[in-house]
Design a protein around this ligand. Structure first.
Ligand SMILES: *[C@@H]1O[C@H](CO)[C@@H](O)[C@H](O)[C@H]1NC(C)=O
Ligand SMILES: *[C@@H]1O[C@H](CO)[C@@H](O)[C@H](O)[C@H]1NC(C)=O
Ligand SMILES: *[C@@H]1O[C@H](CO)[C@@H](O)[C@H](O)[C@H]1NC(C)=O
Ligand SMILES: *[C@@H]1O[C@H](CO)[C@@H](O)[C@H](O)[C@H]1NC(C)=O
Length: 407
C-alpha cells in the first residue's frame, strides 16, 4: 500500500519532469527590476513555482547561497532599505507542501550602489538674449525609471550667507521623463540644479551641484561694469565691480574655475553697489544679482605678475629661437628651390616634368613643419606670412597656414 502510493507519486513527478522538463523551474522576479539599485531603495523578491496555487508551496530565498527567508509560506519577500552589502546573486526554491517536489529558480544578480548625485550640464553656458538653453541631468551609473526635477536658484537677500532658495521650474511638480529640459528664451544669468526620483516608496537622488548659465548680453535692468574696463588683470591691481539697474540692493558673485560660487564679502568689500577687491581676487566669472534681477557676467582672468614675469623671461629666448629657426628653414628652402631650378633648367623639358612631383612633395613637407612652428608662435605667424608672401608671391600654399590663425 505505502509502496504503491510512493510509486504513484514518483511516477507523477517523473511525468511532470518528462512533460515539462527544464521549463518547470521556479522563476525569481525582483521588483522593480531596474539595475543598479541605490542604497535606501526597497525591492520585493517574488518566487513563482509556475504550477497550481501559490499556497500549495513553501518558499525560501537565498543570497549567495545563504538563506534569508523568515516565513516559508510567503512567496514574496520585501526587503528593507537596501545597503551596498545586499548586492549579490539571489535565488529562490519552491517546495510543494504535499508532494516531494522541489523547484529551484534562476539566479538574479543585484547591484546596490551608493545614493547618486546627478551631474547637471548646461548648454550653452554663455548666452545672448533670446537664446534657448538645454539643461541635462545625468545619473551615473545609468539606470531606468527616473523622473527628473529642475530647479532655479533665487538669490535670498535675507540670508547673510548669500544663499539661494530653489524654485521648482514651471510644470515641474510631476517632473519630466526626459533627462533634459529646455529653457526657452533664456536671457539673464541664473543658476540651476536638478534631482531625480523613482519608485514607490519614492527614492530621491541627491541634488546636483548648481550650474550657472551666464548672459553675455546687456540687460538695462541689471548691469555689471568692470573697472579698469578690461577682462585681463594683475592680482596686484585693485579691481572694481560696479552694479547698476533696477534695484537698491546688489550682490556681486564670483564662480571660480571649479564652479564654486562666493559673494564679494569673501574676496572683496561691498560699498553700496560696488565691490572693490584688493589682492584677493582670482580668475573667475563675475556678475551682479538682486532679489529679482541678474546682470551680464564677465569672465575675468587675473594674472600673477611674478608668474607672468618668469614666464616672459622664459618666453623671450624661446620666441627668438623659434623665429630664427623658421627664418633659417625658409632661407634653406629658397636656396634649395633656386638650386634645383638652375639644376633643372640644364636638364631636358621631359625630365623636368618627371621630377616636379618630387620637388613639390619636398616643399610641402617643409610647409607642414613651418605650419607647426607658426601655430606655436601665434602672432609671429604673421611675420612668416609677410616674408613668405613677398619672397614667393606665386606660391599660394603658404598663406592658408597663416589665415587659420586669423592674423
Ligand atoms: C488558492 O488557494 C487559496 C487558499 O486555499 C484560495 O482562496 C484561492 O482561491 C486559490 N486560488 C486559486 C487560483 O485556485
Ligand atoms: C507567514 O505568512 C502568512 C501569510 O501571509 C501569515 O498568515 C503568517 O502569520 C506568517 N507567519 C509568520 C510567522 O510571520
Ligand atoms: C511549509 O512551511 C511550514 C511553515 O514553515 C512548515 O510548517 C511545513 O512543514 C512546510 N512544509 C513543507 C512540505 O516543507
Ligand atoms: C573663462 O576664460 C578662461 C580663459 O579664456 C577659460 O579657460 C574658461 O573656460 C572661461 N570660463 C568660462 C566659464 O567660460
Amino acid at each position: 500500500m505505502g509502496h504503491t502510493l510512493f510509486g504513484a507519486l514518483g511516477l507523477f513527478s517523473l511525468n511532470i519532469l518528462l512533460y515539462c522538463g527544464h521549463a518547470q523551474d521556479a522563476l525569481l522576479h525582483i521588483e522593480p527590476n531596474w539595475s543598479p539599485l541605490f542604497t535606501g531603495e526597497k525591492v520585493s523578491f517574488i518566487c513563482d513555482s509556475r504550477e497550481g496555487n501559490d499556497t500549495d508551496w513553501n518558499y525560501s530565498f537565498s543570497r549567495n547561497d545563504h538563506l534569508f527567508t523568515t516565513n516559508r509560506t510567503e512567496n514574496r519577500y520585501k526587503s528593507s532599505s537596501l545597503t551596498r552589502g545586499d548586492s549579490g546573486e539571489y535565488q529562490c526554491v519552491a517546495d510543494h507542501k504535499i508532494r516531494p517536489v522541489t523547484r529551484e529558480s534562476n539566479k538574479v544578480s543585484l547591484t546596490v550602489s551608493g545614493v547618486p548625485r546627478p551631474v547637471l550640464t548646461v548648454s550653452p553656458s554663455w548666452t545672448s538674449p533670446g537664446d534657448s538653453v538645454t539643461l541635462t541631468c545625468s545619473v551615473e551609473p545609468p539606470s531606468a525609471g527616473w523622473r527628473f526635477f529642475w530647479y532655479k536658484a533665487v538669490p535670498d537677500m535675507s540670508s547673510t550667507n548669500n544663499y539661494y532658495t530653489f524654485e521648482l521650474l514651471a510644470g515641474g511638480t510631476t517632473g519630466t521623463e526626459q533627462d533634459s529640459y529646455i529653457l526657452h528664451g533664456q536671457t539673464h544669468t541664473a543658476g540651476y540644479k536638478c534631482r531625480a526620483e523613482r519608485g514607490d516608496p519614492v527614492f530621491y537622488t541627491q541634488y546636483s551641484d548648481v550650474k550657472f548659465v551666464w548672459s553675455g548680453g546687456v540687460n538695462p535692468a541689471a548691469s555689471l561694469t568692470v573697472s579698469p574696463h578690461r577682462l585681463q588683470h594683475f592680482s596686484t591691481e585693485s579691481l572694481s565691480l560696479i552694479c547698476e539697474g533696477n534695484s537698491a540692493e546688489w550682490r556681486v558673485k564670483k564662480a571660480d574655475e571649479d564652479g564654486f560660487v562666493l559673494p564679494c564679502s569673501y574676496w572683496g568689500e561691498m560699498t553700496g553697489s560696488t565691490c572693490n577687491t584688493d589682492t584677493r581676487a582670482s580668475s573667475g566669472v563675475y556678475w551682479c544679482e538682486s532679489e529679482t534681477q541678474s546682470s551680464n557676467a564677465a569672465n575675468i582672468t587675473i594674472h600673477n605678475p611674478e608668474e607672468a614675469a618668469s614666464s616672459s623671461v622664459f618666453l623671450v629666448p624661446l620666441v627668438v629661437g623659434l623665429v630664427s629657426g623658421v627664418l633659417l628653414i625658409i632661407l634653406l628652402l629658397l636656396f634649395l628651390r633656386r638650386y634645383r631650378k638652375s639644376e633643372a633648367s640644364s636638364l631636358s623639358r621631359s625630365q623636368r616634368t618627371n621630377q616636379s612631383p618630387a620637388t613639390d612633395h619636398m616643399i610641402n613637407q617643409g610647409e607642414t613643419q613651418d605650419g607647426h612652428y607658426a601655430s606655436l608662435l601665434h602672432g609671429d605667424s604673421c611675420l612668416y606670412e609677410a616674408i613668405g608672401g613677398s619672397e614667393e608671391p606665386e606660391h599660394g600654399a603658404v598663406n592658408p597656414v597663416c589665415s587659420s590663425h586669423s592674423c
